[in-house]
Design a protein around this ligand. Sequence first.
Ligand SMILES: N[C@@H](CCC(=O)N[C@@H](CS)C(=O)NCC(=O)O)C(=O)O
Length: 202
Amino acid sequence: MKLRYSATSPFVRKVMVALHETGLIDRVELVTTNVWDPNTDIATDNPVGKVPALVADDGAVYVESAMICEYLDSLHDGQKLYPASGPERWRVLRLQALADGIIGAGVDRVIETRRPADRQWDGWHDRRRTAIARTLDLLEAEADALGDAPNGSTIATGCALGYLDLRFPEENWRGDHPKLAAWYETFSARPAMQATVPPDPA
Ligand SMILES: N[C@@H](CCC(=O)N[C@@H](CS)C(=O)NCC(=O)O)C(=O)O
């Protein structure tokens, strides 16, 4: 398998954590890809132009981190990251989608800061910041149910919180979310999370 990879992408990190947790990491070749380079060839694998994109051994290309994680989950016989059916499956998918929403809003904010200053829109920043805050509040309310086991929701939540630390360290999400902070303290110590800590963007 081949993974279109960026060390700072939180969506790629989700896939990398899943690769470590499922024991599949040695089966994947990482192809470092800068999607923002005007000459990037990412579209040869993903016409949408985004990482992560996973080229499977049969040549099929899987895009969207959630789908890639679930595809990887089909390739191993260990502890599954996604329950096959029932309420537990929907709980994992629901929390995964919310955590992905935090990541998406965070990425949007970072992209906005790369525009020329006179083309940035404060209202747009605020809208995304507020969305992140609201979603953190919801995850805080459900933190007791997250659990420490790696699955689609905990991996996404761990990568979302790690991304907030990376990009917005001054905003101190822990202050209003003590349960989530305690949960992250434990989850981020997992070898799969430690092995995928993003480099300092500075
Ligand atoms: N929903 C996608 C989002 C992927 C995404 O936005 N990746 C960013 C890097 S963090 C990207 O490649 N952006 C390029 C672009 O938006 O053109 C997923 O879960 O994989």
